[in-house]
Write a protein that binds this ligand. Structure first.
Ligand code: FAD
Ligand code: NAP
Length: 532
C-alpha cells in the first residue's frame, strides 16, 4: 500500500538550497518535508566527487551566512575548498541543525500535480511514496542533470564511462590506466591535471578551447581566516549587493593606455581567480574591450604551453572571454607539457565513433581503458522539466516552457500556483555566488509564505502580465552584454533541441534584491493572492 506524507511545504532537493529552505521554514513554524534522490545531503557536492573538484568562489564566501556561530566555528583549510571539505561542511550543517529527520533520501520525484479543487500539490515518487502539501519548492539545482555526449557508438564502448557529475562514491582507481577525458569546461579543467598525475596516459578530447584563469589556490592561513571572520557581517552585507567580493573596476579598458591595461591584467593574473574578469567595466559589454583581455590570456597560454601547435589549439577564438562561464584552474595548461598527456583537437579531427576500447577520430583510433565525460549539464531547466509538473487545469510545465523558461522574478511561473523555484531561470542564479542567491530566494519565499498566512491567503500565483514583462526585461538585460554571443549552457546551446534563450538574469544581485523587495513591499505586486 502506498504511503502518504503531508506537510505545509514540500521541498525537492537536499543541496545548499533545500537544506536552508527546510531550516528556515522550521523556524517559522511551517511543517516541511524534503525529498532527495541521493542517499544523503550535499547536492552538487554529493554527486561531483571527481578528482580535482572544488569551488571557485573563495570558501569563506561560498558558505552559509544565516548562523553567525556556524560561520565563526567552521574553519576552512584552503582558499578554495575541495569537494570532500565542502561536503563535510554541508553534512555538518545537516547534523548541527538536525535536518535529516525531515528528509526522505533515495527517492526521486517523478511528478508534481496541482489539485485545483483542494489547492494542494501532490508529488509522486519512484519509491511509491506520495507527498501532499499546500506549497512546493523546487530546490532541484541549476546544474544537477548530467549530460552524456551523444557520440556515435557510445553504447558499444567496452570500458567504463564516468560522468564528473555522477562520480562513484567509492572513487575510481586511475593508476596505470589510459584515460580519455571528453569536455574542457570547468569540470574537465579541474579534473585533467589531477588525472594526469594518476593515470598512465591521458587523451583530452577538446571540442571548444576555453579561457582559464589560475586559481593560485593554497592553504588558508589562520591569520587571514581570523581577520575575515572578525568582519564577517560587513563582508556578508557587501556580498548581498555584489554576490562575491571581487575588485570591481569603474574604469574602461578602452580608455586606459595599453601599458597600464596590460599591467592591470598581469596583476590580476598573478592574484588569480574570477576577480580577473572584473579588471575593467566594459569587458562584458564591448567586444573591442573584451579583445584586449582575451588576447592577454591567449598570450599567456602560448607562454605556458611548450608545443606551439598544442598551444594554438588551446587558445579560444570562437567566443569572447567570460561569455562562457570562466574557468579557474590549478596547472591546466602546464599539464599539456607532460609526456603522458595528448590533446586531441576535435575541431581538426572530429570523433567518428566509439568502438571497442577506442575513441576513433577522423585521424586515428585513440585507445583508452576508460572514458571520463566532463560534458556538462542540462542546466537551469533540466531538473524541473524532468519532473512531470502540472498546474492549473492540468497544464504541463513542459508545454508552457516549450519555447524557453517563463518566470516572474525567476521565482514563480503563471498557472502553477504555490510552486516556487530557488535560483531558477530568470534570476541571477548561476551568474553570481550561488549561496548568496540561494539565501536570498529562501528568505523571499519565507516572507511570502508568512505574508499569505498573516493575510488569510493560501494561494499565490504569478500574473501573466507580470511574467511577460519580466521575461522581456531578462532578455533585454542579456542583450545589452556580450553574453549571448557564445554557444553556452547559459543559452541551452549544449543540449540539442533546447530553445536558445538566455536563461539567467544579468543583473547585480543587489539590484535584483531591490526589485524583489519592492514587489513584496507593494503587497506582492504582479502576483495574484487568494483564498481557495
Ligand atoms: P544542488 O546542489 O544541485 O542540489 C539539488 C538536489 O536536488 C540534488 O541533490 C539532486 O539529487 C536533487 N534532485 C533534483 N531533482 C530531483 C528529483 N526529481 N527528485 C529528488 N531529488 C532531486 N557555484 C558557486 O557559486 N561557486 C562555485 O564555486 C561553484 N562550484 C561548482 C562546482 C561544481 C562541480 C558544480 C557542478 C557546480 C558548482 N556551483 C558553484 C554551482 C552549484 O550548483 C551551486 O553552488 C549550489 O551547490 C547549488 O545548490 P542547490 O541546492 O541549489 O542545488
Ligand atoms: P560545461 O561547462 O558545459 O563543459 C562541458 C564540456 O564538454 C565543454 O567543453 C563541451 O564542449 C564539452 N562537450 C559536451 N558535449 C560534447 C561532445 N558531444 N563532444 C565533445 N565535447 C563535448 O560543463 P562543466 O565543465 O561540467 O561545467 C558546468 C558548470 O558547472 C560550470 O560552468 C560551472 O558553473 C559549474 N562548475 C564549477 C566548477 C568550479 O570551478 N567551481 C567546477 C565544475 C563545474 P563545447 O564547449 O564545445 O560545448
Amino acid at each position: 500500500m502506498s504511503q502518504e506524507i503531508r506537510s505545509d511545504v514540500v521541498i525537492v532537493g537536499a543541496g545548499f538550497a533545500g537544506l536552508h529552505m527546510l531550516h528556515q521554514l522550521r523556524g517559522l513554524g511551517f511543517s516541511a518535508r524534503v525529498i532527495e534522490a541521493a542517499s544523503d545531503v550535499g547536492g552538487v557536492w554529493y554527486w561531483n566527487r571527481y578528482p580535482g573538484a572544488r569551488c571557485d568562489v573563495e570558501s569563506l564566501q561560498y558558505s552559509y551566512s544565516f548562523c553567525s556561530d556556524l560561520e565563526q566555528s567552521w574553519n576552512w583549510t584552503e582558499k578554495y575548498a575541495a569537494q570532500p571539505e565542502i561536503l563535510r561542511y554541508i553534512e555538518h550543517v545537516a547534523s548541527r541543525f538536525d535536518l535529516r529527520r525531515e528528509i526522505t533520501f533515495n527517492t526521486r520525484v517523478l511528478s508534481a500535480i496541482f489539485n485545483d479543487r483542494l489547492s494542494e500539490w501532490c508529488l509522486q515518487t519512484d519509491s511509491g511514496l506520495t507527498f501532499r502539501s499546500q506549497y512546493c519548492v523546487m530546490a532541484t539545482g541549476a546544474l544537477s542533470v548530467p549530460r552524456l555526449p551523444d557520440l556515435p557508438g557510445i553504447e558499444n564502448f567496452e570500458g567504463p564511462i564516468y560522468h564528473t557529475g555522477a562520480w562513484p562514491r567509492e572513487g575510481v582507481d586511475l593508476r596505470g590506466k589510459r584515460v580519455g577525458v571528453i569536455g574542457t569546461g570547468s569540470s574537465g579543467i579541474q579534473a585533467i591535471p589531477v588525472i594526469a598525475r594518476q593515470a598512465k596516459k591521458v587523451s583530452v578530447f577538446q571540442r571548444t578551447a576555453n579561457f582559464v584563469i589560475p586559481a593560485h589556490n593554497g592553504p588558508l592561513e589562520d591569520e587571514a581566516q581570523v581577520a575575515w571572520k572578525s568582519n564577517y557581517a560587513d563582508h556578508r552585507a557587501r556580498a548581498k549587493e555584489v554576490g562575491t567580493l571581487y575588485e570591481f573596476s569603474a574604469k574602461s579598458a578602452l580608455a586606459t593606455p595599453t601599458a597600464e591595461r596590460v599591467a592591470e591584467y598581469e596583476r590580476r593574473w598573478q592574484k588569480g581567480g574570477v576577480n580577473f574578469v572584473h579588471a575593467f567595466n566594459d569587458l562584458m559589454i564591448d567586444k573591442a574591450a573584451n579583445d584586449t583581455i582575451s588576447d592577454f590570456v591567449r598570450h599567456k597560454i602560448r607562454q605556458i604551453v611548450k608545443n606551439p601547435v598544442v598551444a594554438d589549439s588551446l587558445c579560444p577564438t570562437d567566443h569572447p572571454l567570460g561569455t562562457k562561464r570562466i574557468c579557474v584552474d590549478t596547472g591546466y595548461f602546464e599539464t599539456f607539457n607532460r609526456d603522458n598527456v595528448e590533446l586531441v583537437d576535435l575541431k581538426k579531427t572530429p570523433v567518428r565513433e566509439l568502438s571497442g576500447n577506442a575513441v576513433v577520430t577522423t585521424q586515428k583510433a585513440h585507445e583508452i581503458d576508460l572514458l571520463v565525460c566532463a560534458t556538462g549539464y542540462d542546466a537551469l531547466t533540466g531538473a524541473v522539466l524532468n519532473i512531470d509538473i502540472q498546474g492549473l487545469q492540468g497544464q504541463t510545465l513542459k508545454e508552457k516552457w516549450a519555447q524557453g523558461p517563463r518566470t516572474y522574478l525567476g521565482l514563480m511561473t503563471q498557472a502553477f500556483p504555490n510552486l516556487f523555484f530557488i535560483t531558477g531561470a530568470g534570476s541571477p542564479s548561476v551568474l553570481v555566488n550561488m549561496i548568496v542567491g540561494i539565501e536570498h530566494h529562501v528568505a523571499w519565499i519565507c516572507d511570502a509564505l508568512q505574508y499569505l498566512k498573516a493575510q488569510g491567503f493560501n494561494c499565490m500565483e504569478a500574473s501573466k502580465d507580470a511574467e511577460n514583462n519580466w521575461v522581456e526585461h531578462v532578455n533585454q538585460a542579456a542583450n545589452k552584454t556580450l553574453l549571448p554571443l557564445a554557444n553556452s549552457w547559459f543559452l541551452g546551446a549544449n543540449i540539442p533541441g533546447k530553445p536558445r534563450v538566455f536563461m539567467p538574469y544579468v543583473a547585480k544581485i543587489g539590484l535584483y534584491r531591490k526589485e524583489c523587495q519592492n514587489i513584496a513591499d507593494q503587497g506582492y505586486q504582479g502576483f495574484k493572492l487568494s483564498t481557495s
